[in-house]
Design a protein around this ligand. Structure first.
Ligand SMILES: CC(C)(COP(=O)(O)OP(=O)(O)OC[C@H]1O[C@@H](n2cnc3c(N)ncnc32)[C@H](O)[C@@H]1OP(=O)(O)O)[C@@H](O)C(=O)NCCC(=O)NCCS
Length: 219
């Protein structure tokens, strides 16, 4: 390891809890990547594993937010935003996980539990607005077994997608395999379980169903 990379690594470790090899955290600004050496205001990071990468594009506005990576070979990337990301916890455990959050994401409080099979992913489009008490889970956290064969039946690779300009109302839960298309509003207290394809709708209820069509929304 070169003197410079040892210096950067020691600086990062001082500010964040990082255990394992080849874990890298980058800041992106004006298209350029540079290793993070200080602490980003409002953001905690914990990595336990190897070969994980986090890329955070500036400007950011975190408060009481943490990213916890416990697998290996994961890539977590969040693009610049003019809005606040508050009281949010990302727990990412699967091997080769891919998390991508596009520009202008805002969140008033969420827990992301991203496990699932190897190379599971979560993609969130541009200009999404998540309210508070949101839960996003792309795995069940514990094994479900077929009782006869004793094989685990719930460790598939899960690719969860949330389109551009999606508003999740307060206390929304999004479960594995869900797909939410662009320009959707998800009503307060709803459980999104299935896949939705039609844009510009309100979906709501448990399980969520389309309750209104041809809508749009603004902040
Ligand atoms: C989703 C929402 C914005 C839709 O508002 P709207 O377009 O005015 O919708 P409507 O009140 O016309 O409701 C349309 C239908 O969906 C149903 N519906 C709306 N929200 C629902 C919900 N959260 N759960 C179950 N059904 C719901 C209504 O009962 C109505 O059913 P009907 O057609 O059988 O009468 C609103 O219902 C909502 O959930 N607001 C809270 C948003 C929030 O969490 N804000 C916090 C700050 S981000």
């Amino acid at each position: 390891m070169s003197k410079l990379s040892r210096f950067i690594r020691e600086k990062v470790i001082k500010h964040y809890r990082i255990k394992g090899k080849n874990n890298r955290i980058f800041l992106k600004e004006n298209g350029h990547l540079k290793p993070l050496t200080g602490r980003l205001k409002g953001l905690d990071i914990e990595i336990v594993g190897n070969d994980n990468k986090i890329i955070i594009e500036k400007p950011t506005r975190f408060d009481d937010t943490s990213i916890r990576l416990t697998g290996s070979n994961a890539l977590f990337e969040i693009k610049k935003t003019k809005y606040e990301i508050l009281h949010t916890f990302f727990a990412i455990g699967s091997k080769g996980a891919r998390v991508f959050i596009d520009e202008d994401f805002s969140c008033a409080g969420a827990k992301f539990y991203l496990g699932g099979g190897d190379f599971s992913s979560l993609t969130i489009g541009k200009d999404c607005m998540f309210s508070d008490n949101i839960i996003i889970m792309n795995s069940d956290s514990h094994a479900v077994l077929d009782n006869k064969t004793r094989k685990i039946i719930n460790n598939d690779t899960i690719n969860m997608t949330i389109g551009n300009h999606v508003w999740l109302g307060r206390r929304v839960t999004v479960l594995k395999r869900a797909k939410i298309p662009s320009n959707t509003i998800v009503g307060l207290n709803s459980f999104v379980i299935g896949q939705f394809n039609k844009e510009n709708t309100v979906i709501a209820g448990n399980p969520a169903k389309v309750v209104k069509e041809e809508i749009d929304w603004q902040r």
